[in-house]
Design a protein around this ligand. Structure first.
Ligand SMILES: C/C=C(\C)C(=O)SCCNC(=O)CCNC(=O)[C@H](O)C(C)(C)COP(=O)(O)OP(=O)(O)OC[C@H]1O[C@@H](n2cnc3c(N)ncnc32)[C@H](O)[C@@H]1OP(=O)(O)O
Length: 719
């Protein structure tokens, strides 16, 4: 767990050896303590260097150990002892120094950093604070404003920024460890007192209270209801107002308020869920670590609408040559100008040059004959998509992968019209595709493991969080959205307003309430889908009661809003009104209020007061209930996959963990009881009927999310 060597006859070199990130597990802490004791007691040793194996200094505390009781030496006294020692200690930082790893570096008397290394205190993203002295030492070293920013955001910084901030002593392009040994030899005999960060006086701005207040407001605005950043601010205040010995106690008290909180558990769950999601697996046994992806050097995008443009940008900025295809000259020219503008702005922001030379724009599918992969992003119309896939089958070389960006249509039906169904896969991006991190990789029953591996790996290369899902209408994300949206509109019928429902969801932590989100996405998309699926229009059976379709409750209010030409932000009117078409400042619209009142009186609905609790329960339990059905159907392999989709694609708050984790936090028994209650009140809403898997899990004693898989016995799987 740590290797001890004597180098240059007088330097003790302690190398952390806990792959993959040299996390400070109990065994590593124990090994550091023993090595330091040895080094400090050995008269031959004049200085110490601490580094990490495999070019990674340290990724911080071992997060997996948080769930159990503390074992091994606690970190704070261990780090205090290193700092207090009478021999100079140099940290040789390569790769990462994060969390406890950064705090370890802060107790070393000198820090040498490789130019590619990243440093930071990301504890806040795990719902906790840097409680190994980080909140007390960093402000003493770099001042309150800079420390506050780093600690409350958890942002990673580059070696160059660390040097500029005064965190590190030297940045090098050489081997940091070798340089640190030389540095350590020169440090012998130099006084150490000024190098002990805990003994420094915190440089304190005169307007400390105003600064802390401003940061508090900022944090509350950005992360509504999140506890950890507020606790971080209080800990930093202690660094400004107390001696280290008292500040460290305050840090520990604040940590105690966070450590076992639901938010910390949810955020730590999210950390691992995100990594689990990349490890896709198929019932055939093919999986992430036994399927080789193809290398993709060139790609083509068909359709330069909003989605197509975002996908072109995402591909080009990771160095893939892209041919963009449109059907008309004018659309091609508009798309081209927009893509170029987006790439130029993106490159400027990242301080690199725009990769415009990788782009080609064409009206002819014939130009695609040599590309490695095509992503179709045309209108959401099955007949049109089928025509495109038939054509691609003819023009592309036999090995070209054919992908569709459909948000819910049958991927296998598209595969069926090609000459290579095994090379067809869904790549469902989220809008705007160059910004949103989520990618659903939709595995058709005939998609080969190599095809899936390639789509997953391409997603990763594009910086996406990719999740493999099965093929069914709406896949995972949009299939679950339906019951969630339905509940929101039923609540409108019953007496709520769009702004009340949105506020309840935003107070819960959603980035945007359901109606603001719908306005942003465009209301016409869902309207068209409802028309195509026969829910509205001439195909509706006239014998249907007005608020029922296909034997179940149906709310026509969204259709009525669309009939008025209110398609959301783009038209300046939707569930809200905006200053102008394309405006983003949503204001409640009295016309919507009138529409709701008229609607209720037309159907004799007596509006009632609806509590925020009912809004949250009906929307979120219906969402999770569909998630349980998706697991039963084998459309998602694990609850973690569903949660990652909702965290990255639908603005579910990370501190809630995602809909499935949230259900487990509330308690499956409680979720079941509430769903039964609401289903009894609304028997014509099948989505409120508790799913068999939920019932089964409750009957099995409500196991933790990570164990649900053991209870899912699918007869067949779509994955
Ligand atoms: C009090 C609290 C204190 C003192 C703390 O230190 S809290 C921990 C603070 N540290 C962090 O938050 C860092 C978390 N890790 C990362 O950000 C990244 O893993 C990384 C930047 C260190 C490396 O990124 P990357 O190269 O992309 O690799 P992965 O993220 O995929 O990670 C590889 C595997 O390592 C596991 N891992 C990573 N960090 C930790 C950790 N601190 N404790 C336990 N396990 C960790 C990660 O889950 C991956 O595991 P597998 O999926 O391969 O099983």
């Amino acid at each position: 767990m740590a290797r001890y060597e004597l180098v240059k006859r007088s330097v003790a070199l302690i190398t952390l050896t806990n792959p993959p990130v040299n996390a400070l597990s109990s065994a590593v802490r124990h090994a550091i303590a023993k090595s330091m004791e040895h080094a400090l007691n050995d008269p031959k040793v004049k200085a110490v260097v601490i580094c990490g194996e495999n070019g990674r200094f340290c990724g911080g505390a071992d997060i997996r150990e948080f769930a159990g009781p503390l074992r091994g030496p606690p970190l704070v006294p261990l780090l205090d002892a290193i700092e207090a020692g009478e021999k100079p200690v140099v940290a040789a930082i390569e790769g990462v120094a994060l969390g406890g790893g950064f705090e370890l570096a802060l107790v070393c008397h000198y820090r040498i950093v490789h130019f590619k290394a990243r440093l930071g205190l990301p504890e806040v993203t795990l719902g906790i604070l840097p409680a190994a002295g980080g909140t007390q030492r960093l402000p003493r070293l770099i001042g309150i404003p800079a420390a506050l920013e780093l600690i409350t955001t958890g942002r990673h910084i580059s070696a160059q920024e660390a040097l500029k901030l005064g965190i590190v002593d030297q940045v090098t392009e050489q081997n940091a460890c070798e340089l640190a040994v030389e540095f350590a030899l020169r440090a012998v005999a130099k006084p150490l007192s000024s190098r002990r960060v805990s003994m420094l006086t915190t440089p304190c701005p005169p307007d400390l209270d105003a600064l802390l207040e401003a940061v508090t407001m900022q944090v509350k605005r950005k992360a509504r209801g999140v506890m950890a950043p507020l606790a971080c601010i209080q800990a930093v205040r202690a660094a400004a107002t107390m001696p280290y010995s008292k500040g460290i106690k305050r840090e520990s008290e604040l940590m105690a308020t966070l450590f076992n909180s639901g938010q910390a558990r949810a955020l730590q769950y999210c950390f691992f869920a995100q990594r689990t999601a990349g490890k896709w697996t198929l019932p055939s046994g093919a999986q992430w670590n036994n399927s080789k992806p193809r290398e993709i050097r060139s790609a083509a995008i068909i359709g330069l609408g909003t989605m197509g443009r975002g996908i072109v940008v995402s591909l080009a900025r990771v160095g893939i040559s892209v041919i963009a295809v449109e059907s008309e000259k004018k659309l091609l020219e508009t798309g081209k100008q927009m893509v170029i503008g987006m790439l130029e702005r993106d490159a400027k922001r990242r301080g690199v040059s725009a990769s415009l030379n990788l782009l080609k724009f064409t009206l002819s599918l014939q130009d695609l004959k040599d590309v490695d992969l095509v992503i179709e992003a045309v209108f959401e119309d099955m007949a049109l998509k089928k025509r495109v896939f038939q054509e691609l089958s003819k023009v592309c070389r036999p090995a070209t992968l054919l992908c569709t960006n459909t948000s819910g249509l049958d991927v296998d039906a598209l595969a069926g019209v090609t000459d290579r169904p095994h090379l067809v896969v869904g790549m469902h991006f989220f809008s705007p595709a160059h910004v949103m991190k989520l990618l659903e990789v939709v595995c058709g029953p005939r998609s080969s493991s190599e095809t899936i591996a390639t789509a997953m790996s391409l997603g990763k290369r594009m910086g996406k969080v990719s999740v493999a899902v099965g093929n069914c209408p709406g896949f995972v994300g949009n299939r679950m959205l339906k019951p969630y949206l339905d509940q929101a509109t039923f609540l409108l019928e019953e007496g709520a307003t769009p702004e009340q429902i949105d506020k309840a969801l935003e107070d819960f932590g959603f980035a945007m309430g359901v109606f603001r989100m719908s306005d942003l996405a465009g209301l016409d998309v869902g309207w068209r889908v409802r028309k195509e699926s026969g829910l509205i229009g001439p195909d509706v059976d006239p014998k249907n009661p007005p608020r029922r379709r296909q034997g179940r409750r149906y709310c026509p209010i969204p259709d009525m809003v669309c009939e008025q030409g209110r398609f959301g932000q783009k038209t300046g009117r939707g569930w809200y009104m905006y200053d102008k078409p394309g405006g983003t400042n949503a204001k409640p619209d009295p016309l919507i209020q009138n529409l709701l009142e008229m609607y209720r009186s037309r159907y004799g609905i007596q509006p009632r007061n609806i509590s925020d609790q009912e809004i949250i329960e009906r929307c979120l339990f219906a969402l999770a209930n569909e998630g349980f059905r998706i697991l039963e159907d084998g459309i998602a392999a694990r609850p973690e996959d569903i949660d990652v989709i909702y965290l990255f694609g639908y603005g579910f708050p990370r501190h809630g963990g995602g809909p499935m984790f949230y259900a487990s936090m509330v308690g499956l028994e409680r979720v079941l009881e509430r769903l039964e209650h609401y289903h009894q009140a609304h028997p014509d809403v099948p989505h409120l009927e508790p799913s068999p898997l939920l019932k089964k899990l409750v009957a099995c004693g409500s196991p933790p999310v990570q164990k649900w898989r053991e209870h899912i016995k699918t007869m067949h799987s779509h994955l």
